[in-house]
Design a protein around this ligand. Structure first.
Ligand code: MEV
Length: 309
C-alpha cells in the first residue's frame, strides 16, 4: 500500500529572531503551499528521492546529519518500528530558503507518512518535537516556532519553553506573500544576529523586547479580527527587524510597495536577508497590491486567507 501525507508552509506575522531569545512570536499556516511525502513499498534498502534537490539515494548511504535521512531515522526510532522496506518521495511547492518553513514542512510530511504507514496517529505535539530535532540540523538553534505552527497547522502564539497557545481568529484575514527571489539560509541570518547581540547586548535585548511586545499586542488584534491595527503592528515590527540588521534594500522596496498600494501593513517574514515579505490587506485591494509587489521586483506572489473560527 502507498501512503501519502503533506504539511503546510508558515508565515511569522510577528516576533521572528526575538523568539530565539525567549520572546513571544505569532505565526500562521499557509495552507495552499505544501510539502508532500509519498511512501511506496519496495525492496530493501530504503530509498529516498527528492527530485527538487536532485537526490536519489539509499538511506544507508546518507550521512547521519543529512536532514532528510535524520528525519527518517529519528521518526522510526520514535515509533519503535525500525526502517521499513520502502521508497520515500518528497516534493514541495514551498520555496526553499525563503522564510516560509520549507524545511520544517518537509520534515512534518515525512513524520506523518511514516507514522501513517506504521498505523500510528501521532499528536501534533509529538510531531512537533521530532521536527524540532531535525530543525536543529538545519538551523543550529531553532526557537521551535516553525515546527510548532506547521505541526499544529493553526495560528499560534509561541514562546520557547511554554506550551503553544492555539489562536482563534474572530474575522478572516487576507494576506499576500511576495518572494524577493533571493535565497537566504536561516542559520546564517540567526548567526549574524547572535554576533551583533554579543557585541552590543543592551541594544539588542532592548530591540528583542520591543519585538516581543509587538507580538503580544498583535496577538490581540489577530484574535479580535482587527486587521488595520494588526497591520500597523506589522509595520512597526519591520522597522525593528531592520534595526537588528535582517532586512535588505530589496525587502524594504517590497514592503514600501505594498504599503503604498494600500496594505494595512507589511514586513519581512522569517529570517530575512532575502526570502519573503508578508502584507495584510483588505480583500478588494489584493490585486492592486499584488501588481505593485511584482512591479517592485517580487518573483512570485501568493495569496492566503486565515479563516475565522
Ligand atoms: C525562522 O523561521 C524564524 C527565526 O526566528 C528563527 C527561529 O525562530 O528559529 C529567524
Amino acid at each position: 500500500m502507498t501512503y501519502r501525507a503533506s504539511a503546510c508552509g508558515k508565515i511569522i506575522l510577528l516576533g521572528e529572531h526575538a523568539v530565539v531569545y525567549g520572546f513571544p512570536a505569532v505565526a500562521v499556516p499557509v495552507a495552499g503551499l505544501r510539502a508532500k511525502a509519498e511512501l511506496a513499498p519496495a525492496d530493501l534498502p530504503f530509498i529516498l528521492i527528492a527530485p527538487d534537490i536532485g537526490l536519489t539515494s539509499a538511506l544507508q548511504d546518507l550521512p547521519a546529519n543529512h536532514p532528510l535521512a535524520f528525519c527518517v531515522r529519528r521518526t522510526a526510532e520514535f515509533l519503535g518500528t525500525g526502517i521499513p522496506a520502502a521508497r520515500l518521495t518528497i516534493t514541495s511547492d514551498i520555496p526553499p530558503a525563503s522564510g516560509l518553513g520549507s524545511g520544517a514542512a518537509v520534515s512534518t510530511a515525512i513524520v506523518r507518512v511514516l507514522s501513517a504507514s506504521a498505523g500510528r496517529s501521532l499528536a501534533p505535539g509529538e510531531i512537533s518535537q521530532i521536527v524540532f530535532d531535525v530543525e536543529r540540523i538545519y538551523h543550529g538553534t531553532p526557537s521551535g516556532v516553525d515546527n510548532t505552527v506547521i505541526a499544529y497547522e493553526c495560528p499560534v502564539y509561541f514562546q520557547r519553553g511554554r506550551e503553544p497557545v492555539l489562536l482563534k481568529i474572530n474575522a478572516g484575514m487576507h494576506l499576500l506573500v511576495a518572494d524577493s527571489g533571493v535565497h537566504s539560509e536561516t542559520r546564517s541570518a540567526v548567526d549574524g544576529v547572535r554576533e551583533r547581540w554579543q557585541s552590543d547586548p543592551a541594544r539588542y535585548e532592548d530591540l528583542f523586547r520591543r519585538i516581543g511586545a509587538l507580538a503580544d499586542i498583535g496577538r490581540g488584534h489577530l484574535e479580535n479580527g482587527c486587521a488595520q491595527p494588526l497591520g500597523i503592528t506589522m509595520n512597526q515590527c519591520h522597522e525593528l527587524l531592520r534595526a537588528i540588521g535582517v532586512s535588505t534594500p530589496g525587502l524594504d522596496r517590497l514592503v514600501d510597495a505594498a504599503r503604498q498600494a494600500g496594505a494595512f501593513g507589511a514586513k519581512l517574514t522569517g529570517a530575512g536577508l532575502g526570502g519573503n515579505v508578508v502584507a495584510l490587506a483588505d480583500p478588494q485591494d489584493l490585486e492592486r497590491i499584488g501588481s505593485a509587489l511584482r512591479g517592485a521586483g517580487a518573483v512570485a506572489v501568493y495569496r492566503t486567507t486565515l479563516e475565522s473560527v
